[in-house]
Structure formats: structure tokens, C-alpha cells
Ligand binder design. Sequence first.
Ligand SMILES: NC(=O)c1ccc[n+]([C@@H]2O[C@H](COP(=O)([O-])OP(=O)(O)OC[C@H]3O[C@@H](n4cnc5c(N)ncnc54)[C@H](OP(=O)(O)O)[C@@H]3O)[C@@H](O)[C@H]2O)c1
Length: 322
Amino acid sequence: MRAAVYERYGPPDVVELKELDKPVPKDDEVLIRVRATTVSSGDWRIRSLTIPRGFGLISRLIFGVSKPKQPILGTELAGVIESVGKAVTRFKPGDEVFASTGASMGCHAEYKCMPEGGVLVLKPTRLSLDEAAAISFGGTTALEFLRRAKTQRGDKVLINGASGSVGTAAVQLAKHFGAHVTGVCSGTNREFVLSIGADAVIDYTQEDFAKNGETYDIILDTAGTAPFARCKGSLKKGGRLLVVLGDLAALLQAPWVGLTTDKKVIAGPVTERVEDLRYLAKLAEAGEFKPVIDRRFPFEQIADAHRLVDSGHKKGNVVVTL
Ligand SMILES: NC(=O)c1ccc[n+]([C@@H]2O[C@H](COP(=O)([O-])OP(=O)(O)OC[C@H]3O[C@@H](n4cnc5c(N)ncnc54)[C@H](OP(=O)(O)O)[C@@H]3O)[C@@H](O)[C@H]2O)c1
């Protein structure tokens, strides 16, 4: 099978297509013929080791000290079950599925084995395989943070970085929870962010949301430009700052803010859960959640997909088709 392999940390050029052995499913595993995957901001960070301040050492310990331990990137996929191990009961050959492999990655390949009890569910019929491949990374991140903040009907929510993968999912999910949503993005993305459901948009190149006098129940920061020091005045009493992107200092500050102020900071990595994929699939089936695709690239051009992601200005998700 062909796989996109990187053997050293670096720019998009380190990714090359190589011929590898096709994996064989164990008794409790399914073999998936991957039809679509994404290049996410997570792939960019791990490929180039561009890690938020304070997390560099731990990242090298997890992903490989001098070179990558897992040479195949990709944390999400959609495809068709080709064969199943003899103990598998939940899936059968021909089933269309989508999945998240999280930090174990390995989705940038023509085939992937996963345990049937992994973060793997049937594809919603309403979505194409390309769209289903783009559900997990942004969707599960936005869902976990909005849930941890106990987002509810009537909350005023500001999403900083509303046009990216996590941001576009967060806008749609916050609207689903009944919130009033303000998206922050560049002016070129204003109409786009309104089109996915935001009630208002602030262009960060023209206006500083932290200085306009508005206050919010929840601020979700995917851009890393809204630390507590900047946005505490924009949070209502009891308000929550959701630090999707932050450095080690922001993580360590979180309990201190909770103890010393009437506000809360919620930070840290998310965990992939199969129930969350099922929840997102159900919303997608009901037409209440649709992953946004910026561009699709054929597998042969996966390095170009990495280049677009590296820009930090993609709209939603970048899909690679196989
Ligand atoms: N905590 C976790 O477990 C977790 C999970 C997933 C992702 N993340 C992190 O979350 C971050 C966002 O991920 P993503 O995939 O959504 O990234 P992305 O798709 O690249 O989107 C980033 C967005 O930030 C916006 N942006 C850039 N500069 C900005 C500024 N100064 N103010 C406001 N918005 C700005 C961009 O919008 P414009 O193009 O309009 O400028 C862009 O849409 C990544 O750094 C990733 O590492 C963390």
C-alpha cells in the first residue's frame, strides 16, 4: 500500500509517498480502505515540532526524541471496511465508517487497521466520505471544550479563530446548544463565518474584541491570542475562558484563576471518545452539523495540503482523497 511517510521533523517537503506492506487485521480489528483523510493543524505541529511554549520536551518524548516514532501522520479518516478479524461483530466488509486515531495517528495511508472498539463509527449517510473524514479533529475538540464549559441556551459565546477547523465546529455546536455566537476572524472570512451560523463577526484586523466593552459567558480561543490577561474584562461574572491553544503557563494558571477570581480558565488536551463521534454523526445526520472543507488534494499532492495547513489560515479542514 502507499503511505505518506516522514522520517525527520521539518517542512512539508519531508513528507513522501512510499510503498509499505499492507496491514493485516488482528482478531479484534477491522481493515479499513481509507478513502479520505485530513491534514490538520495537529499534523503540522507534530511534523514540524512547532509546539506551544513549555510543551517541547514532553512532545519529543511522546512523538520521538530525534526522529518521529510514528512515521505516518493523520489523526482522522473515512473509508470502507475491507475485511474483519474473526472476533469482530460490530462491523462487516463494505461498511462505510469514519474514525479518529488521535495521537497514535497513521491515517495518511491507503489502509489502516483499528480495533472494532476504537474511536470508529458508521458514516452518516447524509455526508460524503470526504466530509466524514473531517468530522473528528475540530468536532471533538470543540464539543469537549463547550461541554466542559457547560454551554447552555442563551449563553453569549465568543469564538476567537472562528474560521479554522476547531472554530467552524465550535460555531455550529455552540449554536446547536442555543448560544448567541460571535466569531472572530479576518475580514475576508466574515461572510463565511456568518454563513455557518454565527450571529455576529468581529474582524480582528479592525477591532479588538477585548476593548469594545462587550462581555461573554464563554470565550473559546483557538488562535492562542486571547490569554486570560487580555480577555478577563470581556468575561462576565462566572465566565469561562476555553484555552484550546495555549502554552504551559496558561495551563498552570488555570487552577489559580479559579481560586482567586470569579472566572474560570479551562485548558489542556482533549481525549477522543467514540461516544463523541456518535454524537457528531447524529447531529450531521440531522443536518445540524456539517464539517467545512477548504480544499481537497489528491494523495499524490499531500505535501501541498501540508503547505496550505502551515499557512495558519485555512477555512475549516483540508481533505486528502485516496
Ligand atoms: N487543546 C487541544 O486538545 C487541541 C485540539 C485541537 C487543536 N488544538 C490547537 O488549536 C489550534 C487551532 O486549530 P485549528 O485546526 O482550528 O487551526 P486552523 O484551522 O489553522 O485555524 C486557525 C484560525 O485562527 C485564525 N486566526 C489567525 N490569527 C488570528 C488572530 N490574531 N485572531 C483571531 N483569529 C486568528 C485564522 O483565521 P483567519 O484565516 O480568518 O485569520 C484561522 O481560521 C491549533 O493551534 C491546534 O494545535 C488544540
